[in-house]
Ligand binder design. Structure first.
Ligand code: MN
Length: 164
């Protein structure tokens, strides 16, 4: 009977689909690194960054706003050197997962929607987590006071010292 075969075939198809969906549930969660929201921009120089970090300026330094605004896209594992900002800095996380550390404190996790302030002249670094990219807007106010003073790289030992 032809009709019975169609029913049998349909049944096999449903069973196959169920097996596939069950199999999917046992897969580990896939890590997804999202594409850049803003243009990726220029790769940060190796003397200031470990790994691949891309800077794209959104609001240039000028005498009207005296505020520098830009975006950094850190690939997984990438981070800045230790540094300070003479007038401080505000970070707004737009995607991904990152690390931020003020010297003497523990590494803090940064996620989409977080707003982080770095006080003036405080040594710190920021970057991506080992498995996820970080997308962050940076705002440097009172840019006439200076933007950034670069220092030594964050070592692998310092970077891996994250305590969850
Ligand atoms: Mn900073």
């Amino acid at each position: 009977m032809k009709n019975l075969n169609i029913v049998k075939d349909f049944g096999a198809l449903v069973l196959f689909a169920l097996l596939l969906s069950c199999n999917n549930q046992t897969q580990p969660e896939e890590i997804v690194n999202n594409p850049p929201i803003f243009p990726k921009g220029q790769k940060g120089p190796d003397k200031f960054f470990t790994g691949n970090a891309y800077n794209y300026r959104l609001v240039p330094i000028d005498s009207t706003y005296t505020t520098l605004v830009g975006n950094v896209y850190f690939e997984p594992g990438a981070r800045s050197n230790w540094h300070t900002h003479p007038a401080g800095q505000i970070l707004i996380i737009t995607d991904g997962v990152g690390y931020h550390q003020i010297e003497g404190g523990s590494i803090q996790i940064m996620k989409k929607g977080d707003v982080i302030t770095c006080p003036p002249n405080v040594r710190h670094w920021h970057g991506a987590s080992p498995d996820r990219e970080l997308q962050q807007l940076y705002i440097v106010p009172n840019s006439e006071k200076g933007i950034v003073n670069w220092m030594e790289p964050v070592t692998d030992e310092q970077y891996k010292n994250f305590q969850s």
